[in-house]
Write a protein of this length. Structure first.
Length: 430
């Protein structure tokens, strides 16, 4: 396995397998793939890459590329650049590295997971871990704490194996001993670390050396094409006073966009997590006899994020859970407890309350909705105004002359390259 990564083999077997896998995605351009978590397109040992996982990773890659270029990526560009192929290769490599980590019996402890989560800047407010930021992030990503921790644990293990293959080994002493104990041959490793900075004074460069490097690496010194831009702009805030909203328009929008005002079914959920199945069954029996859930969670749960809260996860919607878990939870009544086994251990879930799917009343959203419709109409008015300016300025032959005649403010920026931002507008203005 290690030789496979180090030598980057180009054997025909590997090429043929990848080719067959790529054919499975020939239909990608025919529509968006959703809710395909249980359909695997690639099976690697006991692990698989689902259509859902591929689709999510591909969409993330395309969104990143769109942000970089400032425009949506066309399907033909996706095909020509081989983006789908590269995404699939990346997922396959990640699973191969994860399998290697399993062979080495590497593990990520609860303490290590907790340390990474608690010290992540995106979950901190004023220098300290903020649980609401963390849970808000999970809701946005559509994940439960359990799903996020499993993914994070996998990423940490993959990162360790990558470092072991291409850089300096990164294992604790006990892990290192475990790996070497499985080798049939005993090895003595020796190495010398050389800091290039220390050798600077021993190297003398001539003009010829510099010129030679420059001629061989001209691409590194190329400057992108840049232009100076003059433009006029209209923001909705500037024309809000010119826009009126008929109450009937607001009512019509409310009727035609019910999904925006629909609150999905939600469940107030708690759990106790234990890595030992036998211990989990003992705690489950104590709960069935009437012992307090919060007390047992604080005493036995191994989930550092909910243990102090008495096992409380909070209000969750079915689409924030895995399909299998959502089915289990939806069948539970308030006050009911249930065992749920995963690869990492056993969860004891409890449903505290349930709220059915509902639609916010019109009167409750009327004010905010009126403002939204007004802003949308202001955007449309701006678009019309700017289209008129573009037509008349083109007819005049000079934007700045036309703007000066009409009393419009002209903004000048630059020089700018294709990837630079227009201040106040950004890369992808509406």
């Amino acid at each position: 396995m290690l030789d496979f990564f180090r030598k980057k083999t180009t054997s025909w077997t590997v090429k043929i397998i990848l080719g067959l896998i790529i054919l499975a995605f020939a239909f990608w351009g025919t529509g968006r793939i959703t809710s395909k978590k249980d359909i695997y397109v690639v099976q690697i040992g006991k692990y698989g890459i689902s259509i859902y996982e591929f689709d999510r990773t591909l969409r993330n890659a395309l969104e990143g590329l769109s942000r970089l270029t400032g425009r949506p990526v066309k399907f033909e560009e996706v095909k020509n650049l081989g983006i789908a192929n590269e995404v699939l290769k990346s997922l396959i490599n990640s699973d191969l590295l994860f399998i290697e980590a399993s062979k080495w019996k590497l593990r990520v402890s609860s303490e290590e997971l907790r340390h990474v989560i608690y010290n992540s800047p995106i979950f901190q407010r004023k220098g300290s871990f903020d649980r609401e930021l963390y849970l808000g992030f999970l809701r946005k990503e559509g994940m439960t704490p359990q799903q996020f921790e499993e993914r994070l644990s996998k990423e940490l293990l993959i990162s360790r194996v990558q470092r072991a293959i291409v850089e300096i080994p990164y294992f604790s002493s006990s892990e290192t001993q475990g790996i070497f104990s499985k080798l049939s041959t005993r090895l003595i490793l020796e190495g010398v670390f050389v800091n290039a900075e220390n050798l600077k004074g021993e190297i003398t460069l001539t003009e010829e050396d510099l010129l030679s490097y420059y001629n061989e690496h001209k691409e590194e010194f190329k400057l992108p094409e840049k232009v100076k831009i003059a433009f006029v702009k209209c923001s909705p805030e500037e024309v809000l006073s010119q826009v009126s909203v008929d109450p009937k328009e607001v009512e019509k929008y409310y009727r035609e966009h019910q999904e925006e005002f629909t609150i999905p079914e939600r469940v107030k959920l708690g759990h106790i997590f234990l890595s030992d199945k036998k211990k989990a069954e003992e705690v489950f029996e104590r709960l069935k006899k009437g012992e307090d859930f919060a007390s047992l969670a604080k005493q036995f749960s191994e989930d550092p994020l909910t243990k102090g809260e008495g096992g409380l996860i909070g209000w969750v919607a079915p689409n924030e859970l895995t399909q299998e878990l959502a089915q289990e939870i939806s069948g539970m009544s308030p006050g009911e407890i249930k065992l749920y086994e995963t690869q990492r251990g056993v969860h004891i879930f409890k449903v505290f309350e349930k709220r059915p799917k509902s639609v916010l009343p019109f009167e409750e959203v009327k004010r905010a909705l009126t403002q939204k419709v007004q802003v949308e109409k202001a955007r449309e008015l701006c678009a019309m105004k700017m289209a008129d300016v573009a037509y008349r300025a083109k007819k005049e032959g000079d934007l700045q002359k036309y703007a000066q005649k009409e009393g419009l403010k002209v903004y000048v920026q630059g020089p700018l390259s294709r990837t630079d931002l227009l201040q106040g507008i950004g890369k992808s203005p509406r």
